[in-house]
Ligand binder design. Structure first.
Ligand SMILES: Cc1cc2nc3c(=O)[nH]c(=O)nc-3n(C[C@H](O)[C@H](O)[C@H](O)COP(=O)(O)O)c2cc1C
Length: 389
């Protein structure tokens, strides 16, 4: 299993849900990186609300309906997808498992769903493009250095990325207490407690050491004079742009010729402005409870956003997806597809490509079962009639 592709039989047999992958992730990956994935900002109110509000939504159980021909396939931005699921952009996947971005992308493509590469990846756009078979999506943060951002977009075009996900909810960064307490850095800085932690995770160390890179692959080497890691981290820290506005979305639109998705919309007024930008889709998202703590859960605001702009653009959803039941809930409230972040990251940390494949398979099987027990056969049939009032 060390290369992330060969998992022992036992590994798969005993994994029955995303929480099992989470437990294994915690066991296999150093604390700083597990906490980076698992935690939310500040008091984690929004992180918890994402889960609690999803779980409050109940289904109508229907009986004696012929559900023998259930079909989970759908389209996402006009492209066929095996199920209405997307791997969300997650930074530092290559620190959860060596070459993590490549392995997660391969698992997504084998399962017939899109993978989104984060700007803050360990593998570069080119590393992924050279090691997977099909186009993937690229997520962009617009940083102060617009010349560099333009070059990133051009690299995504050259790599034939099939959609650009522009994340718009990170002008300032929500604090995650655990990252500060753990001294989370990329690459890891050595301390006695970290060395002890790493010594108990030999498979992780071997995987990361074999990986292509141990720093931000999209940024390293492309910035004048910042091959040095400390300079690179300092540069990133100064690059988040508090002046960002809708005009910057227009600027990105003018450079990127393909499908554009705006990620991080949580308010109807913003959704209405987003609908005027020429973007094809939005992701209703609070960044997985990692940004504005005290913001509502994504699922709470989903229905009003669907009502307002759902006929003008494709509505995607994320925040708290840990099961196929959760996907069904979001679809019932009008989302066309769901992104998952932590659920597959736990799979990656637990077992590389096989772990991500397992996370997708778990969600797929749960969605198929939930559809059957609600008496529906196709994704198109899922709407609020599957919900108990
Ligand atoms: C560890 C981690 C890193 C993330 N990094 C990014 C990122 O680089 N860019 C981005 O747009 N969103 C990022 N996100 C947010 C996810 O894309 C997604 O919105 C969120 O994970 C959804 O919530 P969930 O984890 O409950 O599924 C990150 C999320 C996590 C958990």
């Amino acid at each position: 299993m060390q290369d992330g592709t060969r998992a022992p039989e036992n590994f798969m047999k005993h994994i029955t849900c995303i929480e099992d992958l989470r437990v294994l992730h915690k066991r296999r990956v150093p604390k700083a990186f597990f906490d980076y994935a698992d935690c939310g900002s500040y008091a984690e109110e929004t992180l918890r609300a994402n889960r609690e509000d999803l779980q409050r939504i109940k289904f109508r159980q229907r009986i004696l309906v012929d559900v023998s021909k259930r079909d989970l396939s759908t389209t996402i931005l006009g492209e066929p997808a095996a199920l209405p699921l997307i791997l969300a952009p997650v930074g530092l996947l290559g620190m959860q498992h060596g070459d993590g971005e490549i392995l997660a992308c391969r698992a997504a493509q084998a399962a017939g769903i899109p993978f989104t590469q984060s700007t803050m990846s360990i593998c570069s756009i080119e590393d992924i493009a050279a090691n997977v078979e099909k186009p993937f999506w690229f997520q962009l943060y617009v940083m102060k250095d617009r010349g560099f951002i333009k070059s990133l977009i051009e690299r995504a075009i050259a790599a034939r990325c099939s959609a650009l996900v522009l994340t718009v909810d990170l002008q300032v960064i929500g604090q995650r207490h655990a990252d500060i307490k753990n001294g989370m850095t990329v690459p890891p800085e050595w301390s006695l407690s970290k060395l002890i932690d790493f010594a108990t995770k030999p498979a992780w160390v071997a995987g990361v050491m074999r990986g292509k890179r141990r720093t931000f692959g999209n940024l390293a080497g492309h910035l004048k004079g910042t091959d040095d890691i400390t300079a690179l981290s300092t540069w990133i820290g100064t690059q988040f742009d508090t002046t960002l506005g809708w005009k910057d979305v227009d600027w990105v639109r003018s450079i990127w010729p393909g499908k554009l998705i705006l990620k991080g919309i949580l308010d109807v007024e913003d959704a209405e402005l987003a609908a005027k930008t020429g973007a094809q889709a939005i992701v209703v998202s609070n960044h997985g409870g990692r940004q504005l703590d005290g913001a509502p859960s994504s699922v709470k605001v989903l229905p009003e956003i669907v009502e307002s702009v759902g006929s003008q653009m494709e509505i995607m959803f994320d925040g708290g997806i840990r099961s196929g039941q959760d996907v069904m809930r979001a679809l019932a409230l009008g989302a066309k597809s769901c992104m998952m972040g932590r659920a597959y990251t736990h799979g990656l940390g637990a077992g590389g490509q096989a772990g991500v494949a397992k996370a997708i398979e778990i969600i797929r099987n749960e969605l198929a079962t939930t559809m059957g027990l609600c008496g529906v056969n196709t994704i198109a049939e899922i709407d609020d009639h599957v919900l108990a009032v």
